[in-house]
Design a protein around this ligand. Structure first.
Ligand code: 4AD
Ligand code: MG
Length: 465
């Protein structure tokens, strides 16, 4: 079969006009006596290609009634410069083949715009829509930009395990991985006997690759992970998924300051690359009714300007002086809620903010204790509309301080023997962070619900397809 020319190659002027074969899915079909038109999409770019058809062509006549929205076709013909306004090319179809019909009585995606809520019920057809097509193309380009960013800077790509026996964040939000019979598990002293399980101990889907990342950074200096992570938190929000992708760099000899600079540089470099590589998709998304006015120019300015840095203590004082009555009252020691984060980013700074030095009691055990004994070298990058997109820290590299924290937090120190050994043998100061891939995509695409930036979202009550 002849290689198909893609609509992207055509619209990006990468193929000369002339004879070629194309294929795709019909968006619209308009028939008239003199000439008929098909708007064709093949999902390779934001634009459609207009096919011009001669209604007297027998090929066409044979199938014309079935050339409905969603049907797939292949066409041989001639790409020409279009005399019509608003499009550079059109395709004069000579031979036309109906490949797969889509009965309009049954096909759920018709010409009219569908709500994003409705599209979440037809995930198997959603990638055919213009919106999801744009999102998925941006998602693919973003993954590539992320690898490029780290590879260009001497980081090694690390595959941290998906199945893990340690709870990195210590929050207990883990999905169990077991081959035990859940209807009737073996028990000892009334408790499930994991000695009989596949791994002979309780295992889970990882919540983060950080701890394994630290192990490898202590051998390779700079690594990054990029993989799926899992949280069994019962958060039914527009910002949480049970399965999301995270990028976690980890760097030996980096302190908090270096970590903050890297996080900013990283987010900005990815935004810049996407603005350059996916302008049409981003413009299409920015033109949707749910997008913020000025979305693209806002991204451009975020990509170029310094993120504001705030000490947690300063942030609390800004919130206290704001005169706002927050649902969750503000005082030193609280964890920042999304309303607080949004006040800082959307109202106070009107841009991204990196908050550092949080109270030790609200952050994970591995963060480096500051000299004040009360705060840790944590950093979160918050952005307007969304709140946190990056969470990270300088790690506690001092063996005794770490052990003290593990004990004080009531964690099982025997489970962290290897993590402690990293501090016993050739310890170095080190830092890292985690960027939520879907949060970044929400930020860049302007989509309002995290379920719309991943092809198959998983959230409480839903793991279909
Ligand atoms: O702040 P978190 O929990 O940090 C960690 O997991 C660290 N181990 C990272 C590190 O230092 N290596 O998660 C990091 C980021 C958050 O800032 C957020 O963007 C995203 O992961 N995230 C989620 N994204 C979607 N759904 C969820 N349920 C998420 N939980 C966290
Ligand atoms: Mg966090």
């Amino acid at each position: 079969m002849a290689r198909l020319t893609t609509i992207r190659e055509i619209l990006e002027d990468r193929v000369p006009v002339g004879a070629m074969t194309i294929g795709g899915w019909i968006r619209t079909h308009r028939q008239s006596k003199r000439v008929s038109f098909i708007e064709l999409s093949d999902g390779t770019c934001a634009g459609n290609l207009q096919l011009v058809l001669d209604p007297t062509n027998p090929d066409y006549q044979a199938v014309a009634a079935k050339l409905t929205t969603g049907a797939s076709i292949r066409a041989e013909g001639e790409l020409v410069l279009s005399p019509a306004k608003g499009q550079k090319y059109e395709f004069q179809a000579k031979a036309l083949e109906l490949v797969g019909e889509a009965d309009p009585e049954q096909f759920p995606l018709q010409k009219k715009a569908h709500s994003l809520e409705f599209l979440r019920e037809v995930l198997h057809l959603r990638p055919r829509t213009a919106t999801m097509g744009a999102v998925l193309r941006v998602r693919s380009a973003a993954a590539f930009a992320i690898h490029r960013f780290f590879q260009d800077r001497g980081f090694f790509y690390l595959n941290s395990p998906i199945i893990s026996t340690s709870d990195c964040e210590g929050a207990g939000q883990m999905f169990h991985v077991t081959t035990l019979n859940i209807d009737n598990p073996p028990r000892v002293n009334g408790k499930v006997d994991f000695a009989e399980d596949f791994f002979k101990e309780p295992a889970s889907l990882t919540v983060s690759g950080q701890l394994e990342g630290e192990i490898c950074a202590m051998g390779l200096s700079k690594i990054y992970t990029f993989g799926p992570t899992f949280r069994a938190e019962n958060s039914n929000t527009t910002r949480h998924l049970a399965e999301f992708w995270m990028i976690e760099p980890e760097m030996a000899f980096y302190e908090l300051e270096d970590n903050m600079s890297l996080a900013q540089e990283f987010v900005q470099a990815v935004i810049r690359e996407l603005l350059e590589k996916c302008p049409k998709d981003l413009e299409f998304l920015a033109a949707q009714e749910w997008a913020q006015p000025g979305h693209i120019s806002n991204l451009q300015s975020v990509a170029e300007s310094q993120f504001t840095r705030l000490d947690y203590t300063e942030a609390i004082s800004i919130l206290e002086k704001s005169g706002r009555s927050f649902e969750y009252p503000v005082s030193w020691g609280i964890d920042l809620q999304s309303e607080h984060e949004r006040y800082l980013t959307d109202d106070h700074v009107k841009g991204p903010v990196t908050v550092v030095n949080y109270p030790k009691d609200i952050k994970a055990f591995y963060m480096r204790l500051n000299e004040d004994g009360k705060t840790v070298r944590a950093m979160d990058v918050l952005v307007p509309r969304l709140g946190e997109i990056v969470g990270g820290s300088q790690r506690e590299e001092r063996h005794d301080v770490l052990l003290g924290k593990i004990r004080a937090m009531g964690l099982d120190e025997s489970a962290y023997w290897w993590y402690l050994e990293l501090r016993k043998f050739g310890t170095v100061p080190h830092s890292g962070f985690g960027l939520g891939f879907e949060r970044l995509l929400m930020y860049v695409t302007g989509m309002q619900n995290i379920r719309d930036v991943i092809p198959f979202p998983r959230f409480p009550g839903f793991a279909k397809f």
